[in-house]
Design a protein around this ligand. Structure first.
Ligand code: FES
Length: 263
C-alpha cells in the first residue's frame, strides 16, 4: 500500500531506520569490545553511537507513525502488528535511554552492557515485525498491476445518501479508486459492465482491496489472494469465507455516484 510519508513513492520509514539499527547495534558492539579490551576510547565511542541511535530512532519514528495512522488498513491484522511494532520500539528506546543515563564514562560496566543487549533484542524483534509489515502486508509497497493506473484516493462527503465519487473519465477499465467517507472505506472500480463499488476491507484479515488487483469483474486481495466478485461481493476464492459489501452506483451528468447505505 502506497506510503503517506514518501519521496516519489519511496517510503521514508524503511530508509531512516537504517540509522538507528546501525548506531544502536554498534553501541552494543563497541561497549562489548571496551569491556573485553579495557579500552575506554571504545566505551566513549559507544556512548556517542548510543546518543546518535536514539536521536535517529525518534526521527525515523515520525514517518512510521504517519504510516501507522494513515497507510496501514484499519481493523486489520497489519494494524495490530504495526501497533506491537511501535510499542516494542518504544520499549527499546526506553531501555537504551536508561543505559545512556546510567553509564559512567570512567569505567566500562557489565550492567550497562546487559541493558544494551536487552535493547538490541527488542530492536531486532521489532525490526522483524517491520519486515513482515513490508514484505507480507505490503505496507509502503506501491503495488500497481498492468493497466491498474496510479493510486487514486479521495476523502468525500455524503449528500442525500449519494457520494459524488469520480468524473466519468477518471477511471479506465479495471482501475480502482479508494473513497474515504467518514470512517468508511469504499472502493470504486470500473469493470467491463460499468462501475462497481465495494468495501475496501477483505473479509479474511482486513487487507485493502483497493491495493489489490481488479480484472474481469473480480478483485483479488494482495495479502493472501482471496478473490471476490465486484458486483455481488461473493467469495470466488479463499482463504476468505465471507462476502464483502457492495454498493449501487449511478451515472449522472458525467459523474459517478455511489449510493451510501442509510445509517
Ligand atoms: S487479508 Fe487474507 S486474503 Fe485478504
Amino acid at each position: 500500500m502506497k506510503s503517506k510519508a514518501h519521496i516519489k513513492t519511496h517510503p521514508l520509514h524503511p530508509i531512516l531506520i537504517s540509522f538507528p539499527v546501525a548506531f544502536l547495534s554498534g553501541t552494543l558492539l563497541f561497549d562489548l569490545l571496551a569491556v573485553v579490551t579495557g579500552n575506554m576510547s571504545l566505551w566513549q565511542a559507544g556512548s556517542y553511537l548510543e546518543l546518535a541511535g536514539m536521536i535517529s530512532a525518534v526521527v525515523a519514528a515520525v514517518p512510521g507513525i504517519i504510516d501507522f495512522k494513515y497507510t496501514v488498513p484499519p481493523d486489520s491484522s497489519a494494524k495490530k502488528r504495526a501497533a506491537r511494532h511501535g510499542l516494542m520500539n518504544s520499549a527499546m528506546l526506553i531501555v537504551f535511554l536508561a543505559a545512556y543515563i546510567l553509564r559512567n564514562n570512567e569505567s566500562a560496566d557489565l550492567s550497562i552492557l546487559a541493558l544494551e543487549a536487552v535493547g538490541t533484542a527488542l530492536l531486532v524483534t521489532a525490526g522483524w515485525m517491520g519486515g513482515t509489515l513490508v514484505h507480507r502486508n505490503h505496507i509502503g509497497v506501491y503495488n500497481r498491476y498492468a493497466n491498474g493506473g496510479k493510486w487514486k484516493e479521495a476523502r468525500l462527503n455524503v449528500s442525500d445518501g449519494l457520494i459524488e465519487a469520480a468524473e466519468e473519465s477518471e477511471l479506465k477499465k479495471d482501475q480502482m479508486k479508494l473513497l474515504l467517507v467518514g470512517d468508511k472505506r469504499i472502493v470504486l472500480g470500473r469493470s467491463e459492465n460499468g462501475y462497481v463499488a465495494f468495501d475496501d476491507r477483505c473479509s479474511h484479515k482486513g487487507g485493502s482491496l483497493a491495493d489489490g488487483t481488479m480484472i474481469c469483474g473480480t478483485v483479488q486481495c494482495p495479502w493472501h489472494g482471496s478473490q471476490f466478485s465486484t458486483e455481488t461481493g461473493e467469495v470466488k476464492a479463499g482463504p476468505a469465507s465471507q462476502k464483502i459489501n457492495t454498493y449501487p452506483t449511478t451515472q449522472m451528468g458525467g459523474k459517478i455516484y455511489v449510493r451510501f447505505p442509510e445509517p
